[in-house]
Design a protein around this ligand. Structure first.
Ligand code: HEM
Length: 489
């Protein structure tokens, strides 16, 4: 009898749960449309085990099976993958797709929830965006050109003096340019705290956002079990929090102090503070994001282009021939040469296409603010939305072939590599300008080739920003006059 009552109770409970679930779906899905298609989930864990590390490759395979919009569920988190340029622009340009998901590891553990790229959609974010767009729009960045040219000349001289350190010096170059633009400060070496802080915070963010660590965002209590993977992440999170605190506060406070002393160098922070338009917290976090996002991203694009120059020497020779024709000997390229160097522009586009830095927006997904309906499917409020730009189709995709963009042909990768709509990357022009002047200057003066003892093989790594692993390269001045030009600094 007791057993029968217990069984009846359980059955009623199950029925109530099913009815509530059905009612909830009907209420928030009045058109009663299906969710988008996707791989069959496993009980409780959903699709967790079907998402590999290089998730964008799997997402692209699913395009053939399920189409341009794929639905996944990982431990109750709803995810939609957008597998074409059209679905990305159709959806991500709408305001309701402009939020970011909340991550416990980022918000609470590392206290990074206020950086622009992770901030929730709302009035504070709009202030961040206004600040960054006014500091980094096409006209505004012209003021940084003389400083960029000076720092690039320094980099070229390091290619003669210590060619084996071409990657670490390139990272330093990015840091020198970005830190000077943001804070008017000088970075002297790779050991400088400006460089080590941003590196440590990016590494922390990458680990915190790793798909295998998503479990801690859903069930943060696992972080409190000492000796486990979660326990170790908690310790790392606390360290990153301390470094981020220094990184966002110390350079900002230094500019304030030098402004008070009437001795501040020109910088984004000084301009913003002088304008009095933004709350101090907005100014601090937005300019800190510029510093954090600016260094590691363009670095990834430039090293991918250098790697391509080794693998595709014909492309290198063609790019150099164009520079020689336009710039000639005896001087370095300038920003004014850019319109006359269309092949270099194609080379940068091809790099963004060939090795996109953020192939599936893993580190910067969107979150849907309201229920939406698209192409006959229901996309529920709160769904995490990931544009899988890797799936943007081009002919012969593995080949590095800048000619595919000649004469304005092909879909310009800058239309998707930097995101979409209201959350599009504000560093787009700044990054393109940096990539142009660095690559044009290197190609004008140096030949890059595969080292004799190395196959120049490099693997792509990183969950957040996908960058090449370090590789070796033989770098030699193209001629005696190129060497003299570089040394004349
Ligand atoms: C090759 C270089 C770069 C690439 C490929 C890149 C790509 C991206 C992408 C895909 C997003 C997400 C956009 C979205 O959600 O639709 C983003 C956001 C962002 N990027 Fe970049 N980026 C680069 C360089 C830079 C630079 C140099 C800066 C700063 C100087 C910067 C600052 C930002 C910021 C602040 C955001 C957050 C925008 C927001 O959430 O509202 N990025 N970037």
């Amino acid at each position: 009898m007791v057993n029968a009552i217990f069984a009846l109770g359980c059955a009623t409970l199950v029925l109530v749960v099913v009815l509530l679930h059905w009612r909830e779906r009907r209420l928030s899905n009045p058109r009663n449309l299906p969710l988008p298609p996707g791989p069959k989930p496993e009980p409780i864990i959903g699709n967790v085990r079907q998402i590999p590390e290089e998730s964008w490759l799997k997402f692209t395979e699913w395009k053939d099976v399920y189409g341009d919009i794929v639905y996944l569920n990982t431990l109750g988190t709803r995810i939609v993958i957008l597998n074409s340029y059209k679905t990305c622009t159709d959806l991500l340009e709408k305001a309701i797709y402009s939020d970011r998901p909340r991550f416990y590891t980022m918000d609470t553990l590392m206290n990074l929830g206020q950086i622009t790229s992770l901030a929730p959609y709302g009035p504070a974010l709009r202030q961040h965006q206004e600040l960054l767009r006014s500091a980094l729009h096409q006209k505004a960045i012209e003021q940084y050109q003389p400083m960029q040219i000076d720092r690039v000349k320094w980099y070229l001289s390091t290619l003669v003096m210590e060619p084996d350190n071409f990657l670490s010096n390139l990272h330093l170059l990015m840091g020198r340019i970005v830190v000077h633009a943001a804070y008017g400060a000088e970075v002297q070496s790779v050991e400088d705290t400006y460089i080590t802080w941003s590196k440590a915070v990016i590494e922390g963010v990458t680990i915190g956002m790793e798909p295998s660590n998503m479990i801690y965002n859903i069930f943060p209590f696992f972080l409190h079990i000492p000796g486990t993977r979660g326990g170790k992440l908690k310790i790392l999170g606390a360290e990153v929090r301390k470094i981020a605190d220094k990184m966002f506060n110390i350079p900002f406070d230094a500019v304030k102090a030098s402004m008070d002393a009437g001795a501040a160098s020109p910088s984004v922070v000084a301009t913003v503070l002088k304008s009095g338009k933004y709350a101090e917290e907005v100014a601090k976090w937005a300019t800190g994001t510029l510093y954090l996002a600016g260094t590691n991203t363009t670095y990834g694009t430039v090293i991918a282009a250098l790697f391509a120059m080794i693998k595709y020497p014909d492309v290198q020779r063609k790019a150099q021939a164009e520079i020689d024709r336009v710039v000639g000997e005896g001087r370095l390229p300038t920003f004014a040469d850019r319109p006359a160097l269309p092949y270099i522009d194609c080379l940068i586009k091809e790099t963004l296409r060939w090795r996109p830095l953020i192939p599936a927006c893993l580190g910067v997904p969107r979150s849907l603010l309201e229920d939406d309906y698209y192409e006959g499917y229901w996309i529920p409020k709160g769904t995490m939305v990931m544009p899988n730009v890797w799936s943007t189709l081009y002919e012969d995709p593995e080949r590095f072939w800048p000619e595919r963009f000649e004469g304005g042909k092909g879909l310009d990768p800058r239309l998707w590599a930097f995101g979409f709509g209201r959350r599009i990357c504000p560093g787009l022009y700044f990054s393109n300008a940096m990539a142009f002047i660095i690559l044009a200057s290197i190609l004008a003066t140096f030949n890059l080739s595969k080292p004799i003892d190395d196959d120049a093989v490099s693997l792509e790594t990183d969950a957040l920003i996908r960058s090449l692993d370090p590789f070796k390269c033989t770098i030699k001045p193209r001629s005696a006059s190129a060497a003299a030009l570089v040394e004349s600094r």
